[in-house]
Design a protein around this ligand. Structure first.
Ligand code: PHE
Length: 359
């Protein structure tokens, strides 16, 4: 195609004609575009890299400069108009879609939301918190100690030397670690080693409760687990008597099981207390008449206690002439079973949600 600079060319009306037809077709096609997919097809057909307008723009390079300038300007203006039309149609489609959604009610803001699952505290945790809360309100502090313990703390300093028959009271899980031919570490069988730990770390007056997991090498049944929780209590000061022990534990019992509860103390044996006692309360279910809860006894044993043995006090460097104290230990699972009426201790750590969701 021969065209001279500045001269009139036969191409010119042809291109103008093309632009004109493109604009007409584009307007008609766009009006028929009803969704985003069709709109994108339209854009590709007219403005895409192989679209009709783009092809015209590319063909312009073959023209002489003056024609190129004039037609180029016209083509670019058309391109701008088509882009504007595309943009306007795009937002119109969005508005229409929103109106449809609202009309058809697909988004009902009055529907209730989806409720997320809400967790809860394990019944043992709840019971533990109530026990500690009762003692905290009587001035006891709460501390903790390790679950892996030395024989020295778990037994020896509690007046239970190696080979002492009293060790049979606590079937022990020993750590697989030997020193000088003996195993000095174990999983604590009770929370009583914390009596020693607390007294070693502070001078009287002492008033502490110590919660924690305990372990025993035992077959499990409805009332025994190889892992369970205890709360230890210890009070040491001048002039502490067994009356303080009884008063404190009586008050605790009323707070946990009702103000009408009565308590009973009987002698019992633990090497680290003298005298040692077991405390029972009258059955909150039958009030002493005898029923299933109390095994027809009328009384329910809930803890062991006693006056701290003077040798235990001297063992930690306390002056046993000046100070006396009482200690107690209770099983948390046992107390939880009583207050919730649970028949089998194995429910607690079986992780059956049907059980746990009841608390
Ligand atoms: N530690 C004892 C046990 O596990 C309970 C106890 C604690 C008894 C403190 C007396 C004083 O059986």
């Amino acid at each position: 195609m021969l065209s001279l600079k500045g001269a009139w060319s036969a191409e010119m009306p042809l291109v103008q004609d093309q632009l004109h037809r493109i604009e007409e077709d584009a307007a008609r096609d766009l009006a028929a575009t009803a969704d985003e997919a069709a709109l994108e097809g339209w854009r590709v057909a007219y403005l895409g890299r192989r679209g009709r307008l783009t092809q015209v723009l590319r063909g312009l390079s073959a023209l002489v400069e003056e024609e190129r300038r004039n037609l180029g300007a016209a083509a670019n203006q058309l391109k701008q108009r088509l882009e504007d039309a595309h943009e306007a149609h795009h937002s119109a489609l969005g508005d229409a879609a929103l109106r449809t959604t609202m009309r058809e009610g697909r988004l009902d803001v009055t529907l209730p939301g989806v409720r997320g699952p809400i967790g809860r505290l394990h019944p043992i945790t709840q019971t533990l918190r109530d026990i500690l809360g009762a003692f905290a309100s009587m001035g006891f502090q709460v501390t903790e100690g390790p679950e892996i313990e030395w024989d020295r703390y778990n037994f020896e300093m509690l007046r239970i030397p190696a080979d002492h028959p009293a060790r049979d009271l606590w079937d022990t899980l020993w750590m697989d670690y030997e020193r000088d031919g003996v195993r000095p570490m174990l999983l604590r069988t009770h929370t009583s080693p914390n009596q020693i730990r607390v007294m070693e770390s502070q001078e009287p007056p002492v008033r502490v409760v110590v919660p924690g997991k305990c372990y025993r090498y035992e077959a499990t049944d409805a009332t025994h687990e190889w892992m369970f929780h205890q709360v230890e209590g210890l009070a040491v000061d001048e002039n502490i008597s067994i009356g303080d022990l009884k008063g404190t534990l009586y008050e605790f019992t009323k707070r946990m099981f009702g103000s009408e509860r009565r308590v009973r103390f009987r002698t019992d044996y633990f090497p680290f207390v003298e005298p040692g006692v077991e405390m029972a309360m009258d059955c909150f279910n039958c009030r002493g008449g005898g029923c299933r809860t109390c095994g027809n006894q009328g009384w329910i044993e809930i803890l062991g206690a006693g006056m701290v043995h003077p040798e235990v006090l001297t063992g930690v460097g306390y002056d046993a002439e000046r100070y006396t104290g009482f200690a107690f230990g209770m099983g948390v699972e046992r107390i939880a079973m009583l207050r919730y009426g649970i028949e089998d201790i194995r429910h607690f750590f079986a992780n059956d949600l049907r059980f746990l969701r009841q608390f």
